[in-house]
Design a protein around this ligand. Structure first.
Ligand code: X8Z
Ligand code: ZN
Length: 595
């Protein structure tokens, strides 16, 4: 009953997107893809509505509905006849248009999100049940401090502000208490996710995800390792600078490896708050959270993008649950494209601080990507980023643009007479949004997840392996030994609800510097370290060109056409070049590295 209106709405749209027909096989593919797109879009909407309710209002009845909707979507996307026809048509791809081939390839990858193929209905059903249960445990988890609930925002706030080490330790430790709750479900999901991937002909779940980049696991990991090898000299300098500064601040001996609770971020992913001279938080005092989201939207509309649809404002869930309200919702920011058309919503818990300012820009980047490719020219099956890191990279790019002092002054966040040492700004940028993040996003996270999915990491070595990677790659260690009763990997949301995906954020970081460098030097003719994109429609036009393609072209071509470059750390290294010399000077005579 609920499906019919969406299907009816979809068909006229699809009539416009069919590829030009030439030859009987193309005609057969066109007919098949019309049906596949229409069914996919309609069932995707049903599933998204159910997941939205389950994530924003955790209750057993919402979990049950999400499970049911997940099974409905899987019944279609995992349908053996659908998969078989896509495979047959792909076996004769030379006779088909490129856009048809890409849609057919997408059909074979769809079960990564639609839980599984119906060639093994029992496995798929088991996975849907297990995923829904695990998501509910994650979304409904309430952290406790001294026997009282404490929100994720409050944890982050305490870690951002407290210079009392015992208090920091306590907060850091309580933030890890969700791990053991999620461990059994995660171990079970590993087998189910791998099982689904194998059913589809992939070696394991990590490889299924890598296929979204048209890469093997080995190729993908080789990119990650190369990025880190190139960035390591700068990371070692930053790591050294931080450990000496923090030892001074906390009145402690200089450690070799940085204790995790010295770092403001729960996973040591973004090293915020270390540069005292650059603190934007005070400038957000007195802002209503709504102003943060509206300011982010204004950045995009200033570049020539349309305002967000009215339904975004009516249906999104943007602010923290009010005290006393028993509703539980996921505390991590996200943006969803519910109908693969105009129904775009974001889930956030925006408060008035700089971190949420950046996150709001990140989430709206997804929203504007959704809007840009939701056109008759892009079939619903290809309403995705050129690859997942492009999707993450847009908002990251805009967040980088909004960190620039000339922009912050122009937007009225900083006073016109705000003055700060440029090297301190560069140091802060490196620590907060670039270099340590790479060692987490292209290091610890994918190395551990590849061990977990590809190499069958035993359940009694999960935590030891986690901390080995954190130490080897990030130079960070836990405040005290963490046995296998803990499951610290599972404290990171994505391990549960966006598995084998996280390197996409690292790649987005590489990509954002490439795009930024191109925009600053080639379009705006400004210094990349002091830009102001505000109001520049030519920047919007450049971005729209990339975004409007969705997944209709190979990502390597999209990047090369846009910037003239392949994926590379060149632009990131160039951005931070002056910092390296400064750090080497500061760190003279200090013990560099941790081994
Ligand atoms: O998860 C996110 C977004 C949602 S797509 C808020 N990010 C990563 C994280 O928080 O770990 C943004 C950058 C890194
Ligand atoms: Zn994102």
């Amino acid at each position: 009953m609920r499906l019919m209106p969406a299907l009816i709405l979809t068909l006229p749209l699809m009539a416009q997107v069919a590829a030009p027909t030439q030859g009987p096989l193309q005609e057969r593919a066109d007919r098949f893809l019309q049906l596949a797109n229409a069914g996919y879009q309609a069932l995707y909407y049903v599933n998204s509505e159910a997941s939205w309710a389950a994530t924003t209002d955790v209750k057993p009845e919402h979990d049950a509905a999400a499970e049911w909707a997940g099974k409905s979507l899987a019944a279609f996307t995992g349908n053996p006849t659908l998969l078989k026809e896509a495979k047959y048509l792909l076996s004769r791809k030379a006779e088909l248009s490129e856009v048809s081939v890409r849609q057919l390839q997408r059909i074979l990858l769809m079960p990564y999100m639609a839980e599984g193929p119906m060639t093994n209905p029992a496995l798929t059903a088991e996975r849907i049940v297990a995923e829904t249960r695990q998501a509910s445990l994650l979304n409904g988890y309430v952290f406790q401090m001294d026997g009282r609930p404490i929100s994720a925002n409050q944890i982050d706030d305490l870690l951002a502000k407290s210079s009392d080490l015992p208090e920091r330790l306590k907060v850091w430790e309580l933030s890890k208490e969700i791990g053991p709750v999620l461990k059994p479900g995660l171990v079970k999901l590993r087998d189910l996710r791998n099982g689904v991937a194998r059913e589809l002909g992939h070696a394991d779940y990590f490889s299924l995800q890598a296929a979204r980049y048209d890469l093997s696991t080995e190729e993908l990991m080789a990119y990650n390792r190369r990025f880190l090898q190139e960035l390591r000299p700068l990371y070692l300098q930053l790591h050294t600078w931080v450990k000496y500064e923090m030892a001074k601040k906390y009145g402690q001996p200089v450690p070799k490896v940085i204790p995790a609770h010295w770092i403001n971020n729960r996973w040591s992913q973004n090293w915020t708050g270390f540069v005292a001279a650059v603190d934007f938080d005070p400038y957000f005092k007195g802002w209503q959270p709504e102003r943060i989201v509206k300011t982010a939207e204004a950045f995009y509309t200033g570049l020539g993008f349309d305002p967000l649809p009215a339904t975004f404002w009516a249906k999104s869930d943007l602010y923290p649950v009010q005290p006393g309200d028993p509703r539980k919702k996921n505390s991590h920011a996200s943006c969803s494209h519910l109908d693969l058309d105009k129904d775009i919503r974001s889930l956030m818990s925006v408060e008035s601080n700089y971190q949420w300012f950046e996150t709001a820009h990140h989430e709206l980047g997804h929203g504007y990507y959704f809007m840009s490719y939701s056109t008759p020219g892009v079939p619903p099956l290809l309403r995705e980023g050129a690859n997942p890191s492009f999707h993450e990279g847009v908002g990251e790019l805009i967040a980088l643009a909004t960190r620039q002092i000339p922009y912050l002054k122009g937007a009225g966040v900083l006073p016109a007479d705000y003055k700060v040492d440029e090297m301190q700004v560069l140091l802060n940028d490196a620590l907060e949004v670039a270099i340590p993040f790479m060692f987490w996003a292209c290091g610890t996270m994918p190395e551990w997840e590849a061990d977990f999915y590809t190499k069958g990491l035993p359940a009694d070595q999960m935590n030891a392996r986690w901390w080995k990677h954190v130490r080897d790659l990030q130079g960070v260690e836990p405040p005290s030994p963490r046995g296998e009763g803990f499951c610290d990997a599972a404290t990171k949301t994505h391990i549960t609800d966006n598995p084998a995906y996280y390197y996409s954020y690292g790649w987005a970081t590489v990509f954002k510097f490439q795009l930024h460098d191109h925009i600053a030097r080639k379009i705006l003719h400004q210094d990349p370290r002091a830009t102001n994109y505000a109001g520049h429609k030519e920047v919007g036009a450049f971005l729209k060109q990339i975004l409007a393609k969705g997944a209709t072209e190979d990502w390597r071509k999209v990047l090369k056409d846009a910037t003239g470059e392949d994926l590379s750390t060149r632009a990131m290294m160039a951005y931070f070049k002056p910092l390296m010399a400064w750090l080497e000077q500061q760190n003279k005579g200090r013990q560099i590295g941790w081994d």
